[in-house]
Design a protein. Structure first.
Length: 348
């Protein structure tokens, strides 16, 4: 499986409480989050993100249980690959001394906390929430073809090129993650690559949602209450009001659009009272925010906006969505698309 990379031999996990103690000293006995963050960020910059070892397919690991005085993690270790898995663990012969008097073989299977911290920070900053179920396999494949290592132009159709290009800002970071942890990623069958990208998107979304839940709780949460349903209810109610007032959907079609089943009592009424109540609650919030007259004016402008957007061809619609997602003007987005297309065709 290959030997131990030279640059791993001096890897050592920081003392668990070292940074905490430094922050306490600076705060004169009081732990300040900003001080703690500043100290850790400096350490993370100095440490950096470790590369995956190409010979074993592993990344540096540390002890599952922490023994700060047990010696260098990488004094004498050997890789071992788990049967039926691509996961690699590292075994150290001179681990913690047992009650029998000998030093046991110790498993290093936990990723370096510094690596995990850098990954968490990067994902919070660069992770772009996506809806994996809405990602077409053909679009992901087009993106991968445009981003594959090549010295020449990529042979894709105009439609495929546009699909792949518009996904770059959403999938580039996910692809970078996969390539970092799986150096063989570009050599995998295309179907496996597409599936890995899709699954990675799901996990990035889960992480970002959990982080949002934590920050929301710290800001305004209450013990014993899940913040997510309340916020999801508000978003759904406003969506229901928009669909009914702007699109003019009936209660039945409104329920279908929202994925809300009608109660059994509505079975013979050809209505969906649950969806109607959602729209009513959402409308109350909108009128509270904009006023009754203000909301009616917004409804009229949004109808005109919808009609204009739907009159455009698919490529122009995609360009508008891209520009809005990236905070650009339409002209800037169009110039950028043409610039990248030109370079791609010329093999730059």
């Amino acid at each position: 499986m290959g030997g131990l990379p030279e640059d791993w031999k001096n890897v050592r996990s920081d003392f668990r409480y070292g940074t905490w103690l430094e922050a306490l000293i600076e705060g004169k006995g009081r732990l300040e989050l900003t001080t703690l963050a500043d100290l850790w960020l400096k350490k993370l910059v100095y440490t950096g993100l470790r590369e995956t070892d190409p010979s074993s397919g592993s990344i540096p690991k540390e002890l599952s249980s922490y023994y700060p005085n047990s010696g260098s993690n990488y004094s004498d270790i050997r890789p071992a690959k788990l049967e039926g898995s691509r996961e690699v663990i590292w075994l150290r012969a001179d681990g913690r001394r047992t009650e029998r008097g000998f030093k046991s073989v110790t498993i290093l299977s936990t990723r370096l906390r510094t690596d995990t911290a850098i990954l968490a920070a990067l994902t919070a900053l660069e992770g772009n929430p996506t809806a994996p179920e809405r990602l077409e396999d053909s679009a992901i494949e087009a993106f991968l073809r445009l981003r594959q290592p090549t010295s020449g132009s990529v042979d894709v159709s105009e439609q495929e090129w546009m699909k792949g290009y518009l996904l770059m800002t959403k999938l580039d970071y996910v692809a970078a993650l996969l390539r970092h942890f799986r150096p063989e990623f570009d050599d995998l069958p295309r179907g496996d690559q597409v599936a890995l990208v899709r699954e990675a998107c799901k996990r990035v979304n889960t992480f970002l949602e959990a982080l949002q839940q934590l920050t929301a709780f710290l800001e305004y949460g209450s013990p014993g209450k899940d913040l997510r349903p309340a916020m999801e209810d508000v978003e759904r109610d406003i969506r229901a009001a928009e669909l009914q007032d702007i699109e003019g959907l009936s209660s039945v079609k409104l329920g279908q659009a929202l994925g809300v089943e009608a109660p059994a009592s509505d079975e013979f009424k050809r209505t969906n009272s649950r969806a109607l109540h959602m729209a009513k609650r959402g409308r109350h919030l909108l009128i509270d925010a904009f006023g009754n007259e203000g909301w009616q004016k917004l409804v009229e402008s949004k109808r005109a906006e919808r009609n204009h957007f739907l009159s455009l061809d698919a490529e122009e619609q995609s360009l508008i969505r891209f520009a809005e997602d990236e905070g650009m003007t339409i002209e800037e987005a169009r110039w950028l698309v043409e610039e990248v297309r030109s370079k791609s065709e010329n093999g730059d």
